[in-house]
Design a protein around this ligand. Structure first.
Ligand code: SME
Length: 161
């Protein structure tokens, strides 16, 4: 596996490196929790503007906290609630440049200023969401969205059953 410390400083280059890096990380390892734990860590390395990177898993009709990097977070989020629950319910990426302007935003960490949530889908089936928060306002853009959507597709291809 390529060392994480070899991630490039330039964002566009670094984001291009992520696909092969995630593939190498997951290669030959069937354990989902182990893979998601390492994925949360690699995302934290790759997105230096992030204060929190992690997963909420879709279980029994709601979202439950999964592997993450950052401060202690809310454990359960109902579909349709907050940024995570909205992205999950609508099965689409949501970029929130100002969390205070997002109706129903769930403040797990009062320091959070912006957020991006990307659903992990297998066909139409909702598996989880990737959640990334930042202490900086407007920390995420379309390039982050496209990059995290590609990561979500790689994670969707793991063994979820
Ligand atoms: N802010 C999220 C909740 C999850 S924490 O940020 C880790 C939301 O509104 O869904």
């Amino acid at each position: 596996m390529q060392a994480v410390s070899s991630l490039s400083a330039d964002r566009a280059t670094r984001y291009r490196e992520l696909g092969p890096m995630f593939a190498a990380l997951f290669h030959g390892e069937p354990d989902l929790v182990a893979n998601l734990a390492n994925a949360a860590a690699l995302l934290r390395e790759a997105l230096p503007q992030a204060s929190w990177t992690g997963f909420y898993l879709f279980k029994d009709g709601g979202l439950v906290l999964g592997p993450f990097q950052g401060k202690v977070a809310c454990v359960r989020i109902a579909l349709g609630r907050g940024v995570c629950g909205t992205a999950a319910a609508e099965r689409r990426t949501i970029i929130v440049p100002d969390v205070e302007a997002f109706p129903g935003h769930i403040a797990c960490d009062a320091g959070s200023r912006s957020e991006i949530v990307v659903p992990i889908l297998a066909g139409g089936r909702l598996l989880a969401v990737i959640d990334v928060d930042s202490y900086e306002p407007a920390a995420f853009d379309e390039e982050d969205a496209r990059t995290l959507e590609a990561v979500a597709a790689q994670i969707a291809a793991l063994d979820w059953d």
